[in-house]
Design a protein around this ligand. Structure first.
Ligand code: ADE
Length: 259
């Protein structure tokens, strides 16, 4: 089992790099891929840079060059579900590209990926369950130790929740409540918006590779998002992504050692 771990920004992946043993760096296509091990499990970690094209190119290299069996994408997202607060975690059940629209052509629906005949890509079911459990273990055992009460209060984090559902990706940082509402009107199960997950999911679908996407809510995708996002990313994102990834790797190793 070889696991690819992706984040869009250095802050989302730096904590994870610290956990790898025997790290070796390889530069491909302007990206740094870090090969290493975690308790014997082979891992390749990389930050893709923002957006669907960057993420798709990076996922393709992970699959075709490094031959990973599964990709875990971990990072932050703007909350779309009013039940979600900053610090909550969303694990994708399925993913959609909210800026894909070829519907001016009568044969395509809005969001449909032409020639694939689908708009949604499913996350790997059993890895998704592991990611949900990993995030809950992180909140139950580690969260208060790595995010101070003062920082939690400054982001109005109460008791953080783990949710699952639809994640929408697009080449747009959403900071417009009206746009978000228009998406929610047509995608009532939408949980959060980000800029990479569904692109990685499409590549994984086309290469028959499993995908798991985990997102920590950094903002509400509204007019406050440009302020909340950089502050959350700088102060909280990397310790949370590291903590959740660590629990996920631990559950994966447990599973591999008992099967
Ligand atoms: N990632 C984090 N917050 C986001 C937002 N509001 N829009 C798109 N991607 C995001």
């Amino acid at each position: 089992m070889k696991l690819g771990i992706m984040g869009a920004m250095p802050e989302e992946i730096s904590g994870i790099l610290d956990m790898l043993d025997d790290r070796v760096r390889r530069q491909i296509g302007g990206r740094e891929f870090w090969e290493g091990t975690w308790s014997g499990l082979e891992v390749v970690a990389v930050f893709s840079r923002l957006g669907k094209v960057a993420a798709a190119a990076t996922a393709t290299v992970l699959i075709t060059h490094f031959h990973v069996d599964h990709i875990l994408f971990i990072g932050v997202a703007g909350g779309a579900d009013p039940e979600l607060s900053l610090g909550d975690v969303v694990v994708a059940r399925d993913l959609i590209q909210h800026d894909m629209d070829a519907s001016a052509l009568p044969m395509f629906d809005r969001f449909e990926i032409p020639l694939l005949g689908r708009s949604r890509f499913a996350a790997h079911a059993s890895f998704r369950d592991k990611a949900i459990k990993a995030a809950q273990l992180f909140f139950d055992h580690d969260f208060d130790g790595v995010v101070s009460k003062q920082t939690q209060a400054s982001f109005a984090i109460g008791t953080p929740k783990v949710a699952t559902g639809l994640i929408a990706s697009g080449d747009r940082f959403v900071s417009d409540a009206a746009y978000l509402e228009s998406l929610r009107a047509v995608l009532p199960d939408l949980r959060c918006v980000e800029m990479e997950g569904a692109a990685v999911a499409q590549v994984c679908f086309e290469f028959s590779t499993g995908v798991t996407v985990v997102r920590v809510i950094s903002d509400r995708a509204d007019h406050d998002a440009p302020v909340d996002f950089p502050r959350f990313t700088a102060e909280v994102a990397s310790v949370m992504t590291k903590g959740i990834a660590k629990q996920f790797l631990y559950l994966l190793m447990l599973d591999l050692s008992t099967h």
